[in-house]
Write a protein that binds this ligand. Sequence first.
Ligand code: TRP
Length: 332
Amino acid sequence: MSRIFSGIQSTGNLHLGNYLGAVRNWVQLQHDYECLFCVVDLHAITQWQNPADLKASTREVAAAMIASGVDAKKHIIFNQSQVSGHAELAWVFNCVARLGWLNRMTQFKDKAGKNRENASVGLYAYPNLMAADILLYKATHVPVGEDQKQHLELTRDIAAKFNNDYGVDFFPLPEPMILGTATRVMSLKDGTKKMSKSDPSELSRITMTDDADTIAKKIRKAKSDPDLLPDSEKGLEDRPEAANLLGIYAALSDTPLDDTIAKFAGEGFGTFKQHLADLAVAKLGPIQGEMTRLMDDPAYVDGVLKDGAERARALSEPIMAEIKDIVGFLNV
Ligand code: TRP
């Protein structure tokens, strides 16, 4: 069976974009693949994290996966730092990947910003660790958002160079799975900006812990425009807020955007927002309830992560042992 690996950063404030773009798709995939879903805390510290917050966010992300319907018995949910192979293999890949390859990574440029000299070395080497996450399990398929495609290509380059340098046919070249239509969820306050955990306005995002009233209020207060809703996708050009809200409706209702546009063509935002709020509450409310319950029971969540880490270690240890042998590390 094909094996899936995917990761999500534990930096807190999981929002609708994380749900629609990642977690919800994982829930679908678990029927057809063997899956490992990882809370990537090693990646999280490439930028400063308050230690207490990091622990809380790791539990929050794990709770979100469980509450959304990932089956932690059939599949594996764990946090990256519990399986030492990730860091070990990342080091090997630091020695396989070339500076020139990493210099092309757009995410590093975005995250490092103007003050590149002050970015951590870990932020620069981030893609090598991501390659290690995937290849430590010889995963064949990797569901990711559009923004991670470049890192996936790098992973394939690393796998190919390793195989070639050592004259082995060891690592598979993993396939990206770019899923979902409305995976780009934008800010509720500015349809041109991605929904983000770091936006200072709470009203810009729906988080996975928002209760029904909060969800409804945020949708009511979402930015709109004075026009009626259009009858075709073309009518959404230059209307980023309308496009975003209709996209969210389409994603939450699992219908194509075309059908959603047809459904609300000619309506005002008032009516449409009411429908959207009802739908969002119906879909997200139960997940939020379950998540809140799980976050009040950290011992349970820790138990799931511990069990996941044990099983992840069992899968990765024989692979890591082979890698060490291929590279020429003496096993004494
Ligand atoms: N870099 C990914 C993101 O920001 C998270 C991630 C880390 C990941 N390791 C991974 C995703 C391995 C897929 C596979 O979304």
